[in-house]
Design a protein around this ligand. Structure first.
Ligand SMILES: C[S@@+](CC[C@H](N)C(=O)[O-])C[C@H]1O[C@@H](n2cnc3c(N)ncnc32)[C@H](O)[C@@H]1O
Length: 320
């Protein structure tokens, strides 16, 4: 039982919550305490600051301090509140999926820029809704990449894969929440190794039946992926919020971290149409190992985009 003081005002609760998180060395402790109180009360920040004297029910105060105690032991705030914003959209998050990160928004930006350029080159200067486009998101997790792109490209169709059935269940709920579930086909598989019969009806039948080799059987106009890219040897230096709480299958790409990219790029080459676009998120030190995988026999127009911290974060290329 968590002890409650007589003063259950918003101001007092927040002050005590902040102090507990600060004492536990929690990063951004003020923001975390605020988010947890807002979550418990079902209020927004404007309300919080307009009602510092409001008295909170004992049950809510108790629930708040339970969440503070869990945050103090390292559980990420987003797993406690069950949500995270990405590309201006609110996503359900659970411990089955990676919490969407702001740097992944660069994947969306690069994908949209490349598609817009493709339209311009084709002499279509208007913003496109993506009609006729087939887009794949490999390792979809929360579904954030496929769903953000589906909100922007309101006529495009998507395939989103993940090796984790639990992650796919969350992604499907997020797609429903954002009213794009009818355009995203979720498939449980290893990278792009689609099980026979798993592709949507719109896919050419050859795709489901034989190894993908010919131009006709290459389905996608764009493949985007934020694969697991942390090295297992880096695990001891990760924040405990990440190391102890986010799914290992979403974090680690192998001992070094970049191991999945070779298969991902080779399979993408087999599944992208000529002129199709590949957009990959990179780990902080992945670029030297990954860029050489985009060989000139298969790829052109290779470009790197840095994130706001100046780290090479997105690698994009066009399939010949
Ligand atoms: C870094 S998370 C990215 C999640 C989400 N796309 C995002 O950007 O927040 C990587 C995702 O890839 C999935 N994954 C790991 N290995 C995979 C594989 N071999 N094939 C398909 N998905 C895989 C994980 O389950 C996880 O959901």
């Amino acid at each position: 039982m968590i002890e409650l003081s007589l003063d259950n005002s918003v101001r007092s609760l927040l002050k005590r919550g902040i102090a507990q998180l600060r004492d536990a060395d929690i990063p951004s402790f003020t923001l975390a305490a605020e988010l947890l109180l807002l979550h418990v009360l079902g209020r927004n920040r404007t309300w919080l600051y307009a009602h510092p004297e409001e008295i909170i029910a004992d049950a809510d105060a108790q629930r708040f301090f339970e969440l503070i105690a869990r945050r103090a032991t390292g559980e990420p705030t987003q797993y406690l509140t069950g949500k995270q914003e990405f590309w201006g959209l609110e996503f359900e998050v659970t411990p089955d999926i990676l919490i969407p990160r702001p740097e992944t928004e660069h994947v969306i930006e690069v994908a949209l820029d490349r598609l817009a350029l493709r339209e311009l080159r084709a002499g279509r200067p208007q913003k496109s809704a993506g009609s006729g486009l087939q887009i794949a998101d490999i390792g979809t997790g929360s579904g954030c990449i496929a769903i953000a792109l589906a909100k922007e490209l309101t006529a495009a169709d998507f395939v989103a894969t993940d090796i984790s059935p639990a992650a796919l269940a969350v992604a499907k709920r997020n797609a429903t929440r954002h009213a794009v579930a009818d355009r995203i086909h979720f498939i449980e598989c290893n990278l792009l190794a689609f099980p026979v019969g798993a592709m949507p009806n719109s896919a050419p039948s050859v795709f489901n039946e034989s190894p993908v080799t010919s131009h006709q059987s290459r389905l996608f106009h764009l493949i985007a992926s934020n694969p697991p890219y942390i090295g297992r040897r880096e695990a001891p230096s990760l924040p405990r919020e990440v190391r102890d709480h986010e799914p290992p299958s979403a974090l680690f790409g192998g001992e070094e971290g970049y191991e999945l990219y070779a298969d991902l790029i080779a399979q993408s080459a087999a599944h992208l149409k000529p002129g199709g676009i590949l957009v990959l998120e990179l780990g902080h030190n992945s670029l030297p190992a990954v860029q050489p995988l985009l060989d000139a026999a298969n790829w052109t127009d290779v470009a790197v985009t840095n994130d706001l911290a100046g780290i090479p974060r997105v690698l994009a290329a066009e399939r010949l």
